[in-house]
Design a protein around this ligand. Sequence first.
Ligand SMILES: *[C@@H]1O[C@H](CO)[C@@H](O)[C@H](O)[C@H]1NC(C)=O
Ligand SMILES: *[C@@H]1O[C@H](CO)[C@@H](O)[C@H](O)[C@H]1NC(C)=O
Ligand SMILES: *[C@@H]1O[C@H](CO)[C@@H](O)[C@H](O)[C@H]1NC(C)=O
Ligand SMILES: *[C@@H]1O[C@H](CO)[C@@H](O)[C@H](O)[C@H]1NC(C)=O
Length: 360
Amino acid sequence: MIDKMFLLLLIVLSFDGSGIGKTVANWGSGSTSGGGGGGGGGGIRGPLHSKHKGSSFTAIFNVKSFGAQANGHMDDTRGYLKATTHLSRYGSSAGWVEFGWVEGLTLTGGGIFDGQGATAWPYNKCTTNSSCNLLPTNAKNFKGSGINIFAPANSPNTDGIHIERSSSVYFSRSLIGTGDDCISIGQGNSQVTVTSISCGPGHGISVGSLGRYPNEGDVRGLVVRDCNMTGTTNGIRIKTWPNSPGQSAATNMTFENIVMNNVTNPIIIDQAYCPFASCTSLAPSRVKLSDINFKNIRGTSSSAVAVTLECSKGIPCQNIYLEDVHLDLMLSGNKQATSSCRNVRVKYIGTQIPPPCVFN
Ligand SMILES: *[C@@H]1O[C@H](CO)[C@@H](O)[C@H](O)[C@H]1NC(C)=O
Ligand SMILES: *[C@@H]1O[C@H](CO)[C@@H](O)[C@H](O)[C@H]1NC(C)=O
Ligand SMILES: *[C@@H]1O[C@H](CO)[C@@H](O)[C@H](O)[C@H]1NC(C)=O
Ligand SMILES: *[C@@H]1O[C@H](CO)[C@@H](O)[C@H](O)[C@H]1NC(C)=O
């Protein structure tokens, strides 16, 4: 039986348009298979792979090679895939399991991907070195649900799900507890819907960070609703870097029906995101934030400032709505939580606890 897992899983789904057939992989029925149908190619790949778009590829993973025993004692009716800890086998590409250039892939069943992430965590330098290897990203028409993701609270940079340069992504009904964002929505995304996520521990659900690299795409059309955040450092966070090398936008985003349980920063826009240095001498962020709705956000804050809206001095936030917000202090005494705003005029609707920012 497996009682613990550390997951560092990369899934790339992309689209090759050249007559690809339907692929169904049934995960957890004793063996797991997948492959690109038709002439277009694509498939599910292990640690050593080439990146030739369109090459024909089929892979069968036999779960017996990955720890299943079929001995009548161990419960291995659920698929189990364990990553190698020989880091050299991953080559220069960042993928462990990669779903690439397939269309119409359905992966069903239960099971565990054990990324054995602890082996790689000491090498994680992306936080301090912006020219580190970035993860492969790109998905279109991706739908995932019932995928639970766990990493220890102190593991570095272990976002549960990171979505970037993707469109029409729907992710729902999952428990996520990690050492970083439960879900992070990076640059270049459109039409992303996230629902019914239970998040914690971790850094919450984040948009960003944005505006760190040149040529970033906009974020448009995000909906996050019906989520519970428990003991996380942030609830809903939008973070952008100062000194952005280019201009971009994040717009039309709705965060609705979110319950905060003892969250340090339940609602936070941070456009001066400089986790490793001081922002004061840097140029203001050039990511334009607009049309952002926070609706029915309730629960408890573990810090005094429950709502922080710190927008860019260069490009103030526009059309920020707060509707029916009720955030109490976790340890209230007689005190009430407060709001803090910079470079933004918020539009308030309905209940407001903490009380709104006062604009002069
Ligand atoms: C940053 O990472 C790149 C690529 O791995 C490496 O070549 C470079 O030396 C690193 N820079 C620092 C300051 O560690
Ligand atoms: C959130 O918590 C409530 C109870 O407070 C529960 O009814 C609901 O199912 C939870 N939602 C998720 C997505 O876990
Ligand atoms: C805003 O985003 C939602 C959800 O993705 C989408 O349905 C809607 O059309 C978008 N609105 C505008 C004005 O783009
Ligand atoms: C609330 O969160 C704070 C800070 O994260 C933590 O120290 C405290 O133990 C938590 N309280 C409860 C009841 O979970």
